[in-house]
Design a protein around this ligand. Structure first.
Ligand SMILES: Nc1nc(=O)c2c([nH]1)NC[C@@H]1CN(c3ccc(C(=O)N[C@@H](CCC(=O)O)C(=O)O)cc3)C=[N+]21
Length: 281
């Protein structure tokens, strides 16, 4: 029954358009330039940062990586953010998450200039998101909304269940789904009778980091399933969804890899370009 929501193909389609936008900026003498601050040695983070760098190069965007040691002090990270905020040559910055435990990551996010906030995770921009006057949105959530729109999957009046309440995915996605007039439920690790709740979902999104959490008996026939999970199992990348069994019940489903991940990266690039344009009006 399933139809695959091909995030990778859609990201590439968007990429062609974005390259043109970057070219236009370059004709005006402006090259979008952003920085990723990565603190510590998380192996997954290092891969993500490199994936972004490749994508940035492809788009014609400059990405600097500031790799900081695992024992970086809060003040050192704050000082770097201050420096990048103040540098007019830098259009955007982001702090790769998770950060080591001595770091107060929320305080770092709070320090980022909202006008340079590629991730849309500063308190100001989260406020804008919930008020409905946002100009930069967290990339994963934005990517999911765009993907469903691209496949002409309506959200108005639909029951959307999101598993996961992170600041980076679950909460911002709930805001954007509400904006699309969906009825939104957020489930999480303390939710009781998860399967009963997910079975009511017309659109089910999982963003937990728990492999095989979403089983076929938790999914309504004909549902749309979006898998945000990135889990390494036996050296293989899998999502949160028991894909082979769940796909038999869905009308549409995102694969991992090749689903939401490439859209996250693409929409980070879109944010860099959007911020750059806004700074050069
Ligand atoms: N401040 C911050 N912003 C983020 O946007 C952010 C972050 N921290 N921390 C970690 C998560 C995770 N994330 C992904 C990036 C690329 C893929 C991606 O490219 N995935 C590919 C393939 C990955 C592979 O093959 O290893 C795919 O799903 O097809 C996935 C996930 C960004 N994140």
């Amino acid at each position: 029954m399933e139809k695959i929501l091909d995030g990778k193909a859609f990201a590439n389609l968007l990429g062609q358009n974005l390259k043109e936008k970057v070219k236009k900026l370059k004709d005006e003498g402006i090259t979008p330039h952003f920085c990723v601050i990565n603190i510590g040695d998380d192996p997954a983070s290092k891969i993500y940062v490199r994936t972004k760098k490749r994508r940035a190069e492809k788009m014609g965007i400059i990405q600097d990586i500031y790799q900081m040691p695992a024992d970086t002090k809060q003040e050192e990270a704050l000082a770097l953010i201050d420096k990048l905020n103040a540098d007019p040559a830098i259009n955007g910055l982001m702090v790769q998450l998770p950060a080591p435990k001595q770091i107060d990551a929320d305080a770092l996010l709070e320090r980022i200039d909202p006008n340079k906030d590629v991730d849309g995770l500063t308190p100001a921009n989260i406020g804008h998101l919930w008020m409905g006057n946002h100009f930069v949105e967290p990339a994963t959530a934005e990517g999911i909304i765009a993907l469903l729109k691209h496949y002409e999957i309506p959200l108005e009046g639909k029951n959307v269940v999101i598993i996961g309440r992170s600041n980076i995915v679950g909460k911002p996605l709930a805001a954007l789904m509400l904006e699309q007039n969906a009825t939104v439920t957020i489930a999480h690790s303390r939710t009781k009778n998860l399967g009963e709740i997910t079975k009511k979902a017309d659109v089910l999104v999982s963003a937990t980091g728990q492999a095989f959490l979403v089983k076929a008996d938790m999914v309504k026939d004909g549902a749309v399933v979006v898998d945000v999970g990135m889990n390494h199992v036996d050296g293989k990348l899998v999502g949160d969804v028991d894909f082979d069994k769940v796909k038999e019940k869905t009308s549409y489903i995102t694969p991992v890899p090749g689903g939401v991940g490439p859209l996250t990266v693409q929409f980070l690039m879109e944010a860099v370009v959007k911020l750059t344009r806004r700074q050069n009006k």
